[in-house]
Design a protein around this ligand. Structure first.
Ligand code: PHE
Length: 371
């Protein structure tokens, strides 16, 4: 299983360790060091099988490569997954994190870690006892969820502006899927901006808590996709957008923090065909990277950080405007031809959106084959 997965992956190296004391599998995937040492978070999760954990680490590390490039950071992409039989607590958790820190330290700085699902700044404090390559511990950049949430808020404003003509969120409905460290902050900021906030989580108690905190509405986890709303903000696990789910969506915009929201690159074209605006995940969710690397490496203060987080909105505005203008012009010029899609693919490639580029090329290919 591992062998097959690794052979189909375009990353540089993967480290696999089995930890007998906890029953955990540790997967450290270094996708690319072309821009610098690989940076990414550590995800702690229970997976159906260890291979699912490795597959997640591989995909997440590729997303980090794109995210670092879009955020213009001098780092490559990597990611680590601790696939555990159940979420560890207390001493057992501490010992696992210390051993994990030793593993990352042994890589000599090739992979540098922050947090991801189920890993807090306090956990990263423990990892940093045995590893010098840690971002986001309590004394340093802290919880990257707040920067991620703030970047997504700017991205939602920009996306709403593109579709409705004004960035104003007053009365706009936004469904936040996942009430964790990003979703909770985002729900609060959205409510403050006057949005109608809908909250869902697989942990319904947590969703209810956050919904009542922000004066939002609770949505059953199973109803998320079909719920009518202006913006769907996936802020939990990835893979919610696919050939099967896209036709059922009740939203006009997808703009959220989850990594790897598309099951396959062609889903970008499916969203386009369904007239749903999609904020590419690795563009809109780069706020955590900006927060930790900005504060820890670049010496930014909070004001400088906020300017850069607002830049996520500007990046998306530019992207939407360029794409729409170029595409409209090209379609006018050559009706029924594959050229516009090829050209848009080149535009996407030029700004590093390789999966959107692939989707356009696929469309161009289809048109070229149609009689
Ligand atoms: N969980 C964060 C993300 O996916 C991980 C991260 C934050 C990595 C900050 C590096 C720096 O973006």
């Amino acid at each position: 299983m591992f062998e097959e997965l690794l052979q189909g992956w375009d990353g540089e190296e993967a480290v696999i360790r089995y930890d007998a004391e906890s029953g955990a599998w540790m997967f450290v995937c270094v996708h690319s060091t072309a821009r610098g040492p690989a940076g990414g978070g550590t995800r702690l999760r229970v997976y159906p099988t260890p291979a699912d954990g490795l597959a997640d680490a591989m995909r997440l590390s590729s997303a980090m490569t794109r995210k670092m490039a879009v955020a213009d950071m001098p780092l490559g992409g990597g990611k680590a997954v601790l696939a555990v039989p159940k979420l560890p607590e207390g001493e057992a958790r501490r010992r696992l994190l210390l051993r994990y820190g030793r593993l990352v330290a042994s890589l000599g700085g090739t992979y540098r870690t922050a947090g991801d699902m189920n890993i807090t700044p306090a956990d990263l404090d423990v990892v940093s006892e045995t590893c010098p390559w840690v971002f986001g511990s309590t004394g340093h950049g802290g919880n990257s969820g707040r920067g991620t949430a703030r970047g997504v808020l700017h991205g939602i404003h920009a996306s709403v502006e593109h579709i409705f003509g004004s960035p104003d969120l007053d009365g706009r409905s936004v469904l936040v899927q996942g009430a964790g460290s990003v979703g909770r902050d985002l729900a609060r900021d959205l409510a403050e901006a006057g949005a109608r906030v809908l909250v869902a989580d697989v942990d319904e108690k947590q969703a209810a808590r956050v919904a009542s905190e922000v004066g939002g509405e609770l949505i059953p986890a199973g109803d998320v996709l079909r719920t009518e709303c202006d913006v769907y903000a996936p802020c939990a696990v990835g893979g919610t957008l696919s050939a099967a789910t896209i036709p059922t969506l009740g939203c006009r915009i997808v703009a959220g923090s989850a990594n790897n929201q598309l099951v396959e690159p062609e889903d970008a074209a499916r969203l386009h065909a369904a007239a749903i605006l999609y904020a590419p995940d690795y563009v809109i969710n780069a706020g955590g990277v900006l927060q930790l690397l900005g504060l820890e490496e670049r010496g930014w203060d909070e004001a400088e950080l906020e300017r850069n987080l607002a830049g996520i909105g500007d990046t998306l505005r530019g992207l939407y405007r360029d794409a729409a203008a170029r595409f409209a012009a090209l379609v006018r010029l050559s009706h029924g031809s594959s050229a516009p899609h090829e050209a848009l693919g080149n535009v996407y490639d030029a700004v590093g959106l390789t999966d959107l580029a692939a989707a356009e090329r696929q469309r161009a290919h289809q048109i070229a084959r149609e009689p």
